[in-house]
Design a protein around this ligand. Structure first.
Ligand code: 5RP
Length: 288
């Protein structure tokens, strides 16, 4: 039986004080369930609404490419500066300490390597994402690819269904095949298709006219860094994306292929969360 000793009558009902009903701070996310919002708020800092995701999922397609040959040596020291980790499940289990206490955006499609054209990608079982305590799952979509557009959109669609059941947000990752234009028109289309099919976050590439890409996408957009650029240019890229309305970056090579990866991720963080201008962030990078 419950302990009935000294059960006191309530006194502080706050009668007349209206209970606050707050909206959720992320674009397009107000109607999601509590678990989804909780996970999104681990990824996107509630104080700024933005995120610095550290992407090191490259090996799942590229193998031991420059900067990710030894995750333990190159990536683990950067974890403390990231808001969220983006990686595949093998590296997560084998190398990322579960004591890191960082949210994980789990790369969740598989089936391709750089040795072949895009393949018939499949999505990992949502139960594995649950076991890994993923805060989001990332699924690539190849809009405009005649062979695999339908398959990859179906993958995203199914991932969203599974994610909804488990309260796990889905990030749609827009692929850029050889034949696809890298302009605002294409990225607007690809991002919107991801969001319309239920993606809670979209990852795409910065391009001229990016404010239009952001404006017509009903959920937060983060940008990939893309190929390694000189540090100042990478900081300019992050700055322009944020100024255009991006909710953050999901950056890999421009961090871990930098000569000073820890300085670079901190400088990127200052651009994303504090709006530091590229020249000031570059100074910060040099000073660190
Ligand atoms: C590849 C990815 C990568 O994680 C993404 O491209 C981010 O890395 P980078 O900044 O190096 O481009 O999703 O599909």
């Amino acid at each position: 039986m419950a302990d009935l000793d000294d059960i006191r009558d309530g006194k502080n009902y706050g009668v007349g004080v209206q209970q606050k009903t707050e909206g959720f701070y992320l674009k397009g996310s107000n109607n999601l369930d509590w678990g989804m919002k909780d996970r999104l708020s681990r990824i996107f800092n509630p104080a700024t609404g933005r995120t610095v995701m550290l992407a090191f999922d490259h090996g799942f397609i590229m193998g031991p490419t420059s900067g990710v040959e030894r995750i333990d040596l190159s990536i683990l020291p950067l974890i403390e500066y990231a808001d969220c980790l983006m990686c595949a499940r093998g590296v997560l289990r084998s190398l990322v300490p579960p004591t890191s206490r960082k949210p994980v955006c789990l790369r969740s499609d598989a089936g391709t390597s750089i040795l072949t054209e895009l393949n018939n990608n499949v999505v990992i079982d949502i139960q594995d994402a649950v076991k890994l305590n993923a805060s989001a799952i990332a699924v690539m979509v190849a809009i405009g690819d005649h062979s695999y557009e339908a398959q990859t959109v179906a993958n995203l669609y199914q991932a969203v269904d599974a994610g909804q059941m488990s309260g796990i947000p889905v990030m749609g990752v827009t692929a850029v095949g050889k034949d696809m234009a890298r302009d605002a028109r294409y990225f607007s289309l690809a991002s919107r298709v991801c969001a319309e099919n239920g993606a809670n976050i979209v990852k795409t590439y910065y391009t001229e006219g990016f404010e239009k890409v952001v404006a017509c996408c009903p959920v937060p957009i983060v940008i990939a860094g893309g190929k390694k650029l000189p540090e100042l240019e990478a900081l300019e890229l992050a700055y322009m994306a944020i100024q255009s309305g991006a909710a953050g970056v999901d950056m890999g090579r421009n961090v871990f292929q930098s000569e000073k990866p820890a300085a670079m991720i901190q400088a990127v963080g200052a651009v994303v969360h504090k709006g530091l201008k590229p020249a000031d962030a570059f100074q910060m990078f040099n000073d660190l």
